[in-house]
Design a protein. Structure first.
Length: 254
């Protein structure tokens, strides 16, 4: 990609490609009960904006809405990202119509109003959330979906969800394919197809969602553990630092 933008040259020998780092000390698995309580408590700390001003703030009343929507162990799907056409949220909503699951849609963007009209009552929109919320919400997610239909540089949201033990399911293209390959490397051979789906294919997405949600709880827990291993080994801050140091770079003198 770099060569396509700036052309070939000897400089390529000095280029080291490193992924964004995931804070695997902050984003960790936890029990569903503790994560649920912590998420609701964190939402109660959100600053008030009773008129709903500002799409970049969490929705008013999220604490009560999350508390009513998320108790119990009903299969839960989570999406985090912008609410715009290229992110594929409409594709996810279409796939959700074919599986037995509730979903939490986190984010803001120009397509929100349209998406809400077709989502149904088993889908909760929260507006944007911060990592202080997400580290608890991802623990509650049986699957975290990244359905983008346009290229992505890297699947950071999917990697962060995986660090919390939530198996990511990503569209297999561009930077998201790196996430899929890393996750697959930690899955057992018969589970590797559960890390990704064909881009833009709602039927394939629904089939993969259904397959993951049909796993026994201990099997879902096992692939969540495997997903976290992939993050720790490939995309943690420790790994990023090792990649940077592996080239022996030195700080230029003044």
């Amino acid at each position: 990609m770099l060569e396509e933008v700036v052309g070939p040259g000897e400089y390529l020998e000095r280029v080291q490609v490193v992924p964004p780092g995931v804070d695997v000390e902050e984003l960790v698995p936890a029990s569903r009960e503790s994560a649920f309580r912590a998420l609701v408590e964190e939402a109660r700390r959100d600053p008030p904006h009773p008129g709903g001003e500002g799409e970049r703030l969490p929705d008013p009343g999220n604490a009560d809405r999350l508390e009513a929507f998320l108790p119990g162990d009903e299969p839960t799907v989570v999406y985090v990202g912008k609410l715009s056409a290229e992110k594929g949220v409409a594709l996810l909503l279409q796939a959700l119509g074919e599986v037995e699951a509730r979903a939490v849609i986190v984010g803001f963007g120009p397509a929100r109003a349209e998406l809400e009209t077709v989502a149904g009552d088993r889908v909760l929109f929260t507006g944007p959330l911060e990592h202080r919320h997400l580290k608890h919400l991802w623990v509650l997610a049986d699957v975290s979906v990244t359905p983008s239909i346009f290229p992505e540089a890297f699947g950071m949201v999917a990697a962060e969800a995986a660090a919390c033990g939530s198996p990511p399911l990503v569209a297999r293209h561009s930077g998201l394919a790196e996430i899929a390959a890393g996750i697959e490397a930690e899955y057992r051979p018969e589970q590797r197809h559960l890390a990704s789906f064909q881009p833009g294919d709602a039927a394939d997405l629904a089939a993969k969602l259904g397959a993951i949600l049909a796993l026994a709880p201990e099997e879902r827990h096992a692939i969540g553990e495997a997903a976290r291993r992939a993050v720790v080994r490939r995309w943690s801050w420790e790994r990023v630092a090792a990649l940077l140091l592996s080239r022996g770079w030195e700080t230029p003198s003044a």
